[in-house]
Design a protein around this ligand. Structure first.
Ligand code: ADP
Ligand code: MG
Length: 713
């Protein structure tokens, strides 16, 4: 036996799976240190869940001639015929000519090329896997996975061989994919049903005919067959999602049991009067349904935590207002928090205008509210003479004290942090009801996870009479056509937005872009016939406001802007949205921007301007925008393209810690996992039954692991 184990025996209670990784045969202190630094792997358990990210199926190869699609992945088998380090200091790279019976392809390494140069040998046969990139009409592959055929065949145990993520530093310590696989093999021989105890209850295992946890761990690393690999993967994905959902749903159920909410028992005079006499239009069925859901929540005695998802223009503001009137009817104040000053102001104008005549006092509080005004406002809030407060982050400052806050509406929640939400909870003796409105449609899978502990409502219907927005993708060469089109629309009395990307406010280059665009525009749309507003992050808020107002009053026909106008701005007469360098925007952002038009009775257009050369991802984004106006469909594509890591709000949610499940792929498994977790909680709300103790232990263990990572990090 490995003498290292004697050290472990000094801690007799440590189970195999919690051993420090350095004790694993073939690892030792130095590699352990590298694994810790590079992949945060400290224990056998963590190493075990460093799952393969793919499997080489040695029966499936494509030929070089078949490499025809940009950004697609290919697995090839052939010989390296030439190896050369080329380029100057900055562009230095290793280029390998790779040849099979059908042709030659270049493999390129920019990083770690010295090491690769030593590892690879001309005339050897390799299996290569990587993403093809077209360059000057020819394809190459940068940083492919590459394995020598001889070695593969020697270690071959089954048709599926696991491939692991590694890093440049780990490769130096002989822990490339092959090295990791060898160590995984050593660990795998130690696994027993005792050392890898079951985490799911027998009834779940039977219901789903799952492999045991131990067997799954064996098969996921060293599959005996495709079928067993699929089963192992299925079980491990389920397990991961199940505990995530169980945690969320248990939190929700604990909250329902312990947190009392204000009871808004009546629909009173204010609501009824407004509804019957002052509604500017008939509610859509979706709006009615959601208002009802909210009303039931707020009357139930529990504290509402509800997310309303509704595509841009679906009429969320009115739903918010009706909810706030219910609060008024029951003697409570409400507030509505918006992510930007422009938007807060706009909400204020809309809402103030709608309810002024029925005696509801609405106030606005933002960063630029003057001190004197602010002081008065604070007094009125404490006295209770303001019923509805609308504003930005300024709302949640501790100095803002309400007499009796009963409902908080958060518009575009993804811009607010968890800490800020927690602050809101403390604004009254009991936490107020919380209604979160988001116009960023998120895929169902993500919603279930990000907002898995919230109740959700969906406004899945647009107000009647909306004409679908026509979207077009223009290249630079079509700019003349664009200008002609804009002139034509302006001649019809419409207005046009032109948006420039600004990835970080104040980035010099982007600003230059905007300025150049504006200058060019002046040539094509000369004053006095044409007037142009310009709004960007460098303007003071009064200047921004001035420019916005000119556009709203139709004194200007064109609004040139950065993404400050992204959220919520409502100017129905604007019917054309031009997005410059559209390839630099994410899909959900493009969709948000497009939502600024199509708000009036006129036919609206969105024109996506891009350069001629587009990568495959950008092309797909443009095609998706042109094909559909459906925010949910767009969000699904977005999730597939970007993964959950880049989507708003994912950072705190734990979904980035997912080791095997993939929210873009595993929606069905997630659904099953969630309903199983829900079924268990329905039977045993507090997880007190003996058969569920296993699950409780597992939840505790997971949260402890998280804690200790935090300490280490
Ligand atoms: P969002 O959901 O994007 O916040 P808004 O609340 O800003 O949408 O509503 C978009 C536009 O639709 C507004 O001009 C609003 O007055 C109008 N609207 C809302 N509900 C209805 C309805 N039921 N019928 C007609 N128009 C409506
Ligand atoms: Mg809105």
């Amino acid at each position: 036996m490995n003498c290292n184990f004697t050290r472990v025996n000094q801690q007799p209670h440590t189970s195999l799976i919690d051993y420090p990784i350095e004790f694993l045969k073939g690892i030792g202190p130095q590699r352990a240190e590298a694994l810790q630094k590079e992949l945060s792997i400290y224990t056998y358990q963590q190493f075990l869940t460093h799952y393969p990210f793919r499997y080489v199926d040695k029966t499936q190869f494509q030929s070089v001639r078949e490499v025809t699609e940009d950004s697609a992945y290919y697995q090839l088998r052939g010989h390296i015929i030439e190896l050369e380090v080329i380029g100057d200091k900055r562009t230095k790279r290793l280029v390998a000519k790779f040849k099979d019976a059908s042709g030659v392809l270049e493999l390129v390494w920019f990083q770690g090329y010295k090491w690769m140069y030593e590892k690879l040998k001309a005339n050897n046969e390799y299996i290569v896997y990587g993403k093809a990139t077209s360059f000057n009409g020819r394809f190459n592959m940068a940083h492919p996975d590459i394995e020598i055929v001889n070695e593969l065949i020697l270690t071959n145990q089954s048709a599926f061989q696991s491939v692991y993520h590694s890093t440049e530093k780990l490769k130096f310590k002989s822990l490339d994919s092959d090295g990791i696989r060898r160590s995984q093999r050593n660990l795998n021989t130690l696994l027993t049903e005792q050392s890898i105890p079951e985490t799911l209850t027998q009834s779940i295992i039977q219901d789903f005919r799952f492999l045991s946890r131990c067997e799954s761990m064996k098969q996921i690393h060293f599959p005996d067959s495709k079928e067993l690999l699929d089963k192992a993967r299925y079980r491990l994905k389920f397990e991961e999602l199940f505990f995530l959902q169980l945690k969320l749903l248990r939190n929700q159920s604990i909250r329902t049991l312990t947190v009392r909410g204000f009871v808004f028992s009546k629909v009173g005079e204010i609501f009824t009067n407004f509804y019957n006499n002052h509604l500017p239009f008939e509610l859509t069925n979706a709006q009615k349904r959601v208002v009802k859901e909210i009303r039931i929540d707020m009357g139930s005695g529990k504290q509402m935590n509800r997310l309303v998802q509704g595509d841009v223009g679906s009429g969320k503001t009115l739903v918010a207002l009706l909810s706030m009137l219910l609060a008024c009817d029951n003697g409570f104040q409400s507030c509505l928090m918006a992510p930007t000053e422009i938007l807060a102001k706009q909400h204020f104008i809309t809402i103030h205008h709608l309810v002024e005549s029925i005696g509801i006092k609405v106030a606005l509080l933002t960063g630029s509210t003057k001190t004197k005004e602010r002081r008065l406002l604070h007094q009125q809030l404490e006295a209770g003479s303001i019923h509805i407060l609308i504003g930005t982050h300024a709302l949640i400052e501790d100095i803002v004290v309400f007499k009796n806050l009963g409902l908080v509406v958060i518009d575009e929640q993804h811009r607010f942090g968890v800490a800020q939400r927690a602050k809101l909870h403390k604004k009254n003796s009991q936490p107020p009801h919380i209604l979160i409105m988001t116009a960023t449609p998120i895929p169902r899978t993500l919603a279930m996870t990000l907002y898995g502990d919230l109740d959700t409502s969906v406004i899945d219907e647009l107000p009647p009479g909306r004409k679908p927005i026509t979207s077009m993708h223009f290249m630079e060469s079509q700019r003349l056509r664009l200008i002609g089109f804009m002139k034509q629309e302006i001649a019809l009395g419409r207005q046009v937005y032109i948006v420039y990307p600004l990835i970080q406010e104040g980035e010099k280059l982007d600003f230059q872009n905007l300025q150049n665009g504006y200058d060019a525009l002046l040539d094509d749309f000369p004053p006095p016939q044409y007037q142009i507003s310009i709004v960007h992050g460098k303007l003071k808020s009064a200047e921004k406001e001035f420019e916005m107002q000119r556009f709203i009053k139709r004194e200007t026909q064109i609004m040139v802007a950065t993404t400050v106008i992204e959220v919520g701005v409502n100017i129905p007469n604007a019917s054309v949205m031009v997005i410059e360098s559209a390839e630099r925007f994410g899909l959900s952002q493009l969709h948000q921007l497009r939502g600024r038009v199509g708000r009036g009775a006129d036919k609206s257009y969105c024109i996506l301007m891009t350069s001629y050369k587009l990568g495959a991802d950008s092309k797909l984004r443009m095609e998706t925008m042109v094909r559909t106006n459906d925010g949910f469909e767009i969000s699904e594509v977005d999730l597939k393209l970007r993964g959950p890591g880049d989507l708003d709000g994912t950072q705190q949610s734990g979904i980035l810690d997912l080791k095997i499940a993939d929210l873009a792929q595993d929606g069905q498994i997630l659904q099953l996992a969630r309903s199983s977790a829900q079924a268990i909680l329905n039977e045993d709300q507090q997880l007190l039954k003996p058969e569920n103790q296993l699950l409780v232990q597992q939840l505790d263990k997971q949260s402890k692991i998280k804690e200790s990572w935090r300490k280490i990090g």
